[in-house]
Design a protein around this ligand. Structure first.
Ligand code: NAD
Length: 504
């Protein structure tokens, strides 16, 4: 598609969205565009600028040019602007929610009630948190050590499609609050709300070049950013294979990387658990049609309660309403893309061929068609099988049983991931004991998805490198500097200055 042939704006859910890049405070065209369609009905939504290496160079150059002034802007002024962006997000909350749902198929009611408010909160939290950054002084033999958190420079932020604006602003907000400038590259499967964020930031008065949005494919625009010599930080959220590529590209210039990658989290249900609560937690794993990095898709249940737990889970799963994610009564929307449906179904079919038994679902939802997949529960699966070891990223749970804590921990920890784990148990000492033995970035006890920006977030093993949240975000987005100052000489010190004045 040539520049002349494609449209620059799209009307999405009654909201105009500019589909060009946002570089140096201007809309910028690319020679080519890529098509973006809605997972709800497959209808084309937009033609989006397909960023090239030259576009990435321009975006990084804009971020580099804007950096000195933004880094020198007082923190309180930066915080004021980030709060103004949060106000803008709140002012356009419904537009953002509708466009996000049209673009990625997640529930509109969730976007309205919790996701978009959290986007605004991301800006407010990191704006305020940055105000208390950067004073840590101590003495060495009378010399003052002053540790400061200096902004690092232009940051490349590369993000996925499953919670596009929420995950992007989790990076954008601390990066900007710390005094960095940003090039954001959203996923090509959900590129639209990033463009609205650029509009909101501009309306809030953010100076040109401080936030840039580069659209395009990962292997083109994303790869160009990750390998760019002018980028001082690469923060990536996405899959393990892409994370590996991003880290390798960033290594060319030894650019520090933060990787938030995939997961295959376990939910351990002990015999002493409240089984209704445990079944509620389990059915919650079908949220966002299972397209959640944290999702506890491996149910590990202590043998004596396996049957009672499974019955409760199946009752609840039967009450889920699949359908159009724009409808308030829908619990389960479509998958994001035909390729994702094929991928999810491939995992399930291969598992069944290997002997897994589908207690629920097991294929596409033929009644609804499109990209709808049935909530699926597979049992008779081996620990080392593909379905237990690989991230499916769809509404597919596996069920295994265990006897005792040792086996529970062995199964729970028996993958290459370590993003999260959940326990359902009525015994708080057991929760402490087992929680301490698990390898995971987050352990939830009798709860799930409870998140606080003050807490560290990230994965162990191949679920990632580094932590986001609280001060950990700033540790990543800043260059820490220690300035050591000698004691100020006084006349009695016998120092150079005092001696000199004595001769006068
Ligand atoms: P993905 O890895 O395919 O793509 C993520 C981003 O990387 C996209 O913007 C894509 O365009 C870009 N990209 C692709 N190839 C690239 C390359 N060679 N160089 C630079 N950028 C490139 O992931 P996805 O399918 O968009 O998202 C789903 C994955 O994200 C799942 O594995 C999920 O677990 C993970 N995820 C992790 C977290 C977390 O916080 N740990 C949160 C959400 C999603």
């Amino acid at each position: 598609m040539t520049a002349a042939a494609h449209r620059h704006t799209a009307d999405v859910a009654a909201t105009p969205v500019d589909t060009r890049h946002w570089i140096a405070g201007r809309r910028v065209e690319s020679a080519a565009a890529f098509p973006d369609s809605s997972p709800i009905d497959g209808r084309p939504l937009a033609e989006v600028a397909r960023g090239t290496v030259a576009d990435a160079d321009d975006a990084v150059a804009a971020a580099a040019a804007a950096f000195p002034a933004w880094a020198a802007t007082p923190r309180a002024e930066r915080a004021r602007l980030l709060h103004a962006i949060a106000d803008g997000v709140e002012g356009r909350l419904d537009d953002l929610a509708r466009v996000e749902t049209a673009d990625n198929g997640a529930l509109l009611r969730a976007h309205r009630r919790s996701v978009m408010p959290r986007v605004a909160h991301n800006f407010r939290f990191f704006a305020d948190r940055a105000l208390s950054l950067g004073r840590k002084d101590f003495e060495t033999r009378g010399h003052r050590n002053h540790v400061s958190w200096d902004p690092a420079g232009p940051c490349a932020l590369i993000t996925p499609w499953n919670a596009p604006l929420m995950l992007a602003t989790w990076k954008v907000a601390p990066a900007l609050a710390a005094g960095n400038t940003v090039v954001l590259k959203p996923s090509e499967w959900s590129p639209l709300t990033a463009s609205l964020l650029a509009d909101i930031a501009a309306a809030a008065g953010l100076p040109p070049g401080v936030l840039n949005v580069l659209q395009g494919y990962g292997a083109e625009a994303g790869a160009a950013l990750a390998a760019h010599p002018g980028v001082r930080r690469v923060s990536f959220t996405g899959s393990v294979p892409t994370g590996r590529r991003v880290a390798a590209a960033a290594a060319t210039h030894l650019t520090p990387v933060s990787l938030e990658l995939g997961g295959k989290s376990p939910l351990l249900v002990f015999a002493d658990a409240d089984l209704d609560l445990a079944a509620d937690l389990a059915v919650g794993q079908y949220d966002n049609a299972g397209q959640v990095c944290l999702a506890a898709t491996r149910l590990l249940v202590e043998e004596p309660v396996a049957e009672a737990f499974t019955r409760r889970l199946m009752d609840r799963a039967a009450r889920l309403t699949p359908g159009d994610p724009r409808e308030p009564g829908t619990d389960l929307g479509p998958l994001i893309h035909p390729r994702q449906l094929e991928r999810v179904d491939g995992y399930v079919r291969r598992a069944v061929e290997e002997g897994a038994r589908a207690l629920l679902g097991g294929g596409p939802n033929s009644r609804l068609g499109g990209l709808h997949y049935l909530p699926t529960l597979l049992t008779d699966v081996d620990q080392d099988s593909e379905i237990v070891q690989e991230e499916v990223f769809g509404p597919v749970l596996t069920l295994q049983t265990f006897r005792g804590e040792d086996e529970a921990v062995r199964l729970a920890d028996g993958t290459r991931f370590g993003l999260a784990a959940a326990l359902a148990t009525g015994d708080s000492r057991r929760a402490e004991r087992v929680g301490a033995r698990l390898t995971a970035g987050t352990v939830w006890v009798n709860c799930f998805y409870v998140r606080d920006l003050r807490a560290p977030f990230g994965g162990a093993r191949q679920s990632g490198i580094g932590r986001e949240g609280g001060g950990w975000s700033f540790d990543f987005y800043c260059d820490l500097k220690n300035t050591v100052t000698a004691p100020t000489p006084t006349p009695t010190d016998g120092g150079g200055h005092a001696e000199g004045s004595g001769h006068g």
